[in-house]
Design a protein around this ligand. Structure first.
Ligand code: DGJ
Length: 695
């Protein structure tokens, strides 16, 4: 080794260090990624010390696990690039160092294969404040080529991390987590749906068997792209492990420039929460721009009226919603074309005069007179065959006409400028002629063709609308949570996490989504008493408090509420409004609880002075009495005043006298984090809410 020339770079903050080394001008390798190294660490020594032995049965030098592992290096695993020239010959570049540009927070490294006339550029930033690495790879070619796979900068994960947590899901059950052993060979996820999708949230957490929410190490990743991704987590025969993320394979058109989306990555020593908080803060403080403050309570009419729009009825619903505390009224699907059901009119973004003889203005004026902002639903990228748009432009459809339909609809080819212009004109017309402050932007099917230009076209259209209508907020919806990622969150303000308004399901979904999403962008609505998607009947208290854990809203017909239910909902909404200023800026900390029937979280204010704890009992516990709930992230020396906010909900069958049932208590942070809070017994499918304040 000692004869090899080495160049090194160090991205460092108080939480983590990423050290890169290029040997003999070859592509850089992450020779260290973990807790922050002390100042003065000798990077050349680290680089030299990272070299592994060569044993019998191996090639004579270990190929670098570089930011883009190369076939030309005889890399014994998945390479970071797979490309062909237009004749179909495989390209196997051997990149060498060309230049570097170092900034305060990051660096750009350029490598080239001069024979093949290819440049590989790595943009690497360690975001100040949030400690998220933002990593991007760009490939430039002098000649048109085809790229089947291009990974964002590839990182190794260390040998002591034995497990990975990956994400799957489905409609009404987004963000399902699975813990798998890291084992020899490649675990690959190749999302062929063309959108982020319910089943493929682009995240991965590599950790140890012992890693919990509040303790243990975690290496967490998120690929910020809305067009479908590929992930490879591979253990090589020599024991090294790599994680790759990029666009779904073979989704890039041939060309001269190829960019990955940003890969966000972080090392956290303080459990899954350590990583989760960095992602949450990054979304809240860096990605989302121009969100209305304070976050308004939503009313969405979808599960109240579906396609049956009657202006007078909707006004009556708005009256009731306003009385409950709503501050934004969203008119969902059904206002345009001749949209009486989901077989028709997508693409015809013109107000349906049969339903709205005087246009939307009378409803908007009414809603505004109640003090609410008005929002409206669009599904711009889609078209029904039964529409004027399709009849005029069947050639605008993406994919073969014989394709299987999804929700009876086809997809518009968003790579076409004329398609984007048409959609811009239609949407801009509605926005310019009506007082609208909010769009719910839906996308209700997978794509028939996997092409990155579709997501790029979507981004271009949203960006143009954002530019021209900066006061309009956008919610990303895709049959619920089918398009949630940091690419879409750079352009929108809220996500419709799931079509499940079942509070029990929602508890699980929003708890797992908090591994990446802050409360301020996560829509959560109080649904109907009898849930439309699960058939369950759920008490208003659990429904209301579950919505109050995120960006709160209502989505039932408010006229179904009894007076008692309305009083509870009004009260919880009032509590949410009184606390939203700090809660929408808070960290969501998932709590570890030995009882698997419990889903518990703590929302801790930025200054650490306030917190709320939500303890949902999703089913009957195995043991008879509740186990103490241990809190996290508090100052062990400080004292905290604790209130059981909804103590009046203790049922008569709770016969004992746990202190919180009758009065507040003052204890140290140490006690709260080590012993935990003893709560009263209660029925399953209920929730305790606690408020804490530093004294
Ligand atoms: C799917 C969304 O997820 C629902 O909330 C609703 O907006 C419907 N589409 C409308 O068609």
């Amino acid at each position: 080794m000692s004869n090899q020339a080495v160049k090194t770079w160090h991205l460092r903050d108080d939480h983590q260090s990423l050290v890169l080394a290029s040997f003999d001008n070859r592509l850089p390798e992450a020779v260290y990624w973990g807790p922050a190294l002390p100042a003065g660490e000798n990077l050349e020594t680290l680089a030299a010390a990272s070299l592994m032995d060569v044993a019998p049965g191996m090639v004579d030098r270990n190929a670098g696990l570089s930011l883009c592992p190369e076939a030309s290096e005889t890399f014994p695993g998945q390479t970071g690039l797979a490309a062909r020239n237009l004749a179909g010959d495989v390209l196997a570049p051997a990149f060498r160092f060309e230049s570097e540009a170092v900034t305060e927070d990051g660096l750009t490294l350029v490598f080239a294969d001069r024979d093949l006339e290819l440049n590989l550029v790595f943009d690497l930033v360690l975001t100040p404040g949030t400690s998220l690495l933002k990593l991007q790879t760009r490939l430039e070619s002098a000649n048109e080529i085809t790229v089947d796979w291009l990974a964002a900068p590839v990182l190794p994960v260390p040998a002591h991390t034995g497990e990975m947590i990956e994400f799957s899901g489905r409609w009404c059950s987004e963000f399902l987590t699975r813990r798998l052993p890291f084992s020899p060979g490649a675990r690959m996820r190749d999302n062929r749906t063309g959108r982020t999708d319910h089943a493929h949230f682009p995240g991965l957490i590599v950790c140890n068997a012992a890693t919990r929410n509040t303790s243990g190490e975690a290496y967490a990743f998120h690929y910020g792209w809305s067009g479908g991704h590929r992930m490879v987590a591979e253990e090589l025969a020599d024991g090294r492990r790599q994680v790759q993320f990029g666009h779904a394979s073979a989704s890039l058109p041939k060309g001269l420039h190829f960019d990955t989306a940003p890969l966000y990555a972080t090392y956290a020593a303080a459990g899954l929460n350590g990583a989760a908080v960095r992602f949450q803060r990054h979304v809240r403080d860096h990605l989302v721009k121009g969100a209305k403050s304070p976050r308004p309570v939503h009313y969405n009419c979808w599960e109240a009226v579906y396609f049956k729009h009657d202006p007078e009825e909707l006004k009556a619903i708005a009256d009731r919603a306003a009385g409950l505390g709503a501050e934004r009224f969203v008119l969902d699907d059904g206002w345009f074309g001749r949209r009486d059901d989901d077989t028709t009119s997508l693409g015809d973004w013109v107000i349906d005069r049969r339903k709205w003889p005087d246009g939307l203005t009378p409803l908007i004026d009414h809603v505004k007179s109640l003090g609410l902002q008005f929002g409206i639903w669009f599904e711009p990228e889609m078209v029904n065959e039964d529409s004027d748009l399709f009849r005029a432009h069947p050639e605008w459809v993406l994919g073969p006409i014989g394709q299987i339909r999804g929700r009876q609809q086809l997809v518009l080819d968003m790579s076409r400028q004329e398609v984007r212009d048409y959609l811009y004109d239609r949407i801009a017309d509605v926005l310019a002629n009506n007082d609208i402050g909010y769009i719910k932007w839906d996308h209700n099917r997978v794509l028939p063709v996997i092409d990155s230009r579709q997501a790029e076209g979507f981004y271009a259209l949203v960006d143009r609308l954002r530019e021209d209508f900066p006061h309009v907020e956008i919610e990303s919806c895709s049959s619920g949570g089918g398009r949630i990622d940091f690419g879409v969150l750079e352009r929108t303000h809220r996500v419709w996490l799931s079509d499940s308004n079942d509070a029990l399901e929602r508890q699980r979904i929003q708890h797992d989504a908090a591994l990446f999403l802050p409360a301020s962008v996560t829509g959560s609505h109080v649904g109907p008493r009898h849930c439309h998607t699960s058939g369950r009947t759920i008490d208003i208290r659990l429904r209301a408090w579950t919505a109050a854990q995120r960006h709160m809203g209502f989505e039932m017909d408010p006229r179904e509420l009894t007076d008692a239910e309305a009083d509870i909902l009004r009260e919880v909404t009032g509590w949410w409004k009184a606390n939203r200023d700090w809660m929408m800026q808070a960290d969501i900390l998932r709590l570890d609880c030995p009882d698997p029937a419990i889903i518990a979280e703590q929302q801790l204010s930025q200054d650490g002075r306030e917190f709320a704890v939500f303890v949902a009992l999703a089913r009957t516990s195995d043991q008879i009495l509740p186990r103490p709930i241990r809190l996290t992230g508090l100052d062990p020396e400080a004292r905290y005043a604790i209130t059981l906010v909804n103590r009046d909900e203790a049922p008569r069958l709770s016969r004992g006298a746990p202190l919180l049932k009758s009065r507040d208590l003052e204890v140290s942070g140490q006690y709260l984090m080590s012993h935990g809070l003893t709560l009263p017994w209660r029925f399953p499918e209920t929730i305790w809410v606690l408020k804490g304040e530093k004294i």
